[in-house]
Design a protein around this ligand. Structure first.
Ligand code: GLU
Length: 204
């Protein structure tokens, strides 16, 4: 299990996400990535290997937006490659997910979709497909409701941070038997798998 950081506020999210990931580095990881909401589009950068690889990619391909989620991965399902690095999205790019832990029943859940539309070998990606399908079915754009319904179908231990183009200023989080902290400061929300990622920003 590795590191998660999320930020919702009025500053650019990328520096906060990268700083948080740096502070989580001690946990060990094999790849890293982030998803930033820019208006109503989600942009994703990922890189296998050291955080430096993601930082270099972020320098070459700057992302703008004030809502973001980031992840350092310790692979359990699918090798430590760019395509398996988190965040994972549904095929339309409506939903992005970072995840620590294991979704035990991911194969059964994955089999309910056209498997040709999966872009990774992880147990995580199916969560993005499920949330997008639930948003489609509900038709309300209510991300919290969609995530709540999906989490009820997941077996295993996990912490999840999820963003969707339906709600650009929102991160929905969920956890089961896996650490996840939610924190706030003036007009700003954070989530993280470890206080180390947040302590320089807030103690609340
Ligand atoms: N099971 C997920 C994967 O292999 C998450 C691993 C982690 O906790 O970093 O992609």
């Amino acid at each position: 299990m590795c590191g998660i950081i999320g930020y919702v506020g009025s500053d650019q999210a990328v520096p906060v996400i990268l700083d948080g990931l740096r502070r989580l580095e001690y946990r060990g990881y094999d790849s890293a990535g982030m998803a930033i909401l820019d208006g109503d589009a989600i942009q994703i950068l990922r890189a296998a290997g050291k955080l430096r690889n993601l930082e270099q990619r972020a320098y070459r391909e700057p992302l703008h937006g004030t809502t973001g989620i980031g992840h350092t991965r310790w692979a359990t399902h699918g090798g430590p490659t760019d395509r398996n690095a988190h965040p994972h999205a549904d095929p339309t790019g409506r939903v992005a997910v970072v995840h620590n832990g294991i979704i035990e029943n991911y194969q059964a859940l994955r089999a309910t979709f056209d498997t040709a539309r999966f872009a990774s070998d992880t147990d995580t990606e199916v969560v993005a497909h499920l949330v997008a399908a639930e948003l489609d079915r509900l038709g309300t754009g209510d991300l919290l409701d969609a995530v709540r319904r999906v989490v009820g179908r997941l077996d295993g231990a996990f912490s999840l941070c999820i963003v969707a183009t339906d709600e650009p200023g929102t991160i929905v989080v969920a956890r089961r038997q896996s650490p996840l902290i939610v924190a706030h400061a003036e007009g700003v929300g954070y989530c993280a798998s470890d206080v180390a990622a947040l302590i320089s920003h807030t103690r609340d």
